[in-house]
Design a binder for this molecule. Structure first.
Ligand SMILES: [Zn+2]
Length: 301
């Protein structure tokens, strides 16, 4: 039996999983990410791999896949754009390959979600799958025929830093994104952005979860905030459809758990998609929090 090892290197936890050829998770372990030391992160990852090998009895891997926020710069091969700051500008791939004695394949977490869901998750029936993370941040990934589309600069699918399309005058008056631009989708569609929008309209500072709870209790202002959110998500996904017209759209991250999105999103997309009623299925990620680690494992041959 052939096994594939994936690691999800998150800001707070690092998780390893071993999948068999049927995609079944035969081993899983996690540890806190020592986020203040690069060396400690390397050691923690090696420790997880060594434990997985000894506890499953598998042969030492020839490859491992890693999903993480951020990516490798195509020119320098150093990490950039990671919210675990100590990883930025580090030769993570080279250092891990040296320590583990195997090939390391790295992708950002949204690409891992897209790959996981396109191979055997919510997008498994489609040739072209777009997946978006609506969580602390807002990322995206594109899979075509079960292969990631990474692109010339390794930024294919970085939808979260495109601007919100068809903005109202009010929507042009918002704070800049951390990336240096203004109006990015991340400043509208992350969980934090949803809470900030609600606060701007109501002066009530609630978490995204509390706003959803209030909406379910019939709160009028929470309902309006949610309707604005779904309309903006509809605009953002219409733009994806106008560009690549995927067979399926998969949503992951905290906001994807809000079930009220799914019955109404098609109608919102159709207000903006070019000349057609959008029939694209928009589905919640099947594997939830495990999509990252599963997608990382699928990076291996
Ligand atoms: Zn941005």
């Amino acid at each position: 039996m052939k096994f594939q090892i994936g690691i999800d290197l998150g800001g707070t936890k690092t998780e390893i999983a071993v999948l068999n050829t049927h995609g079944e998770m035969v081993y899983r372990q996690r540890c806190p990410t020592p986020s203040n030391s690069y060396e400690a992160i390397l050691d923690a990852m090696c420790g997880l791999v060594n434990a997985a090998v000894s506890q499953t009895g598998m042969a030492r891997p020839l490859q491992i896949g890693i999903g993480m926020p951020g990516c490798l710069d195509v020119d320098s091969s150093l990490v950039r754009g990671s919210n675990t700051q100590v990883l930025n500008h580090q030769p993570l791939k080279k250092d891990l390959e040296h320590k583990l004695g195997c090939e390391v394949r790295l992708q950002n977490d949204a690409n891992c979600l897209a790959l996981s869901e396109a191979i055997d998750g919510a997008g498994a029936q489609g040739r072209v799958v777009f997946a978006a993370i609506l969580g602390t941040g807002c990322g995206g990934g594109v899979v075509v025929d079960r292969q990631l589309l990474t692109g010339r600069h390794a930024i294919a699918g970085e939808w979260g830093h495109n601007p919100l399309p068809w903005p109202s005058v009010e929507e042009l008056q918002i704070p800049p994104c951390w990336c240096g631009q203004t109006g990015c989708l991340e400043t509208w569609l992350s969980g934090i952005a949803f809470a900030q929008d609600h606060a701007r309209h109501t002066a009530h500072h609630l978490s995204a979860q509390d706003i959803v709870h209030a909406m379910r209790q019939g709160d009028e202002f929470a309902t309006q905030s949610f309707q604005r959110y779904v309309n903006r998500l509809g605009r953002a996904l219409a733009q994806v459809i106008n560009l690549i017209d995927p067979d399926c759209i998969v949503l992951g991250g905290g906001m994807s758990n809000v079930q009220e999105i799914y019955p109404s999103i098609g109608e919102e997309i159709s207000k903006y998609s070019f000349g057609v009623k959008a029939t694209t299925p928009v589905r919640q990620a099947v594997y939830g929090d495990s999509s990252g680690v599963r997608g990382a494992a699928w990076l291996c041959d």
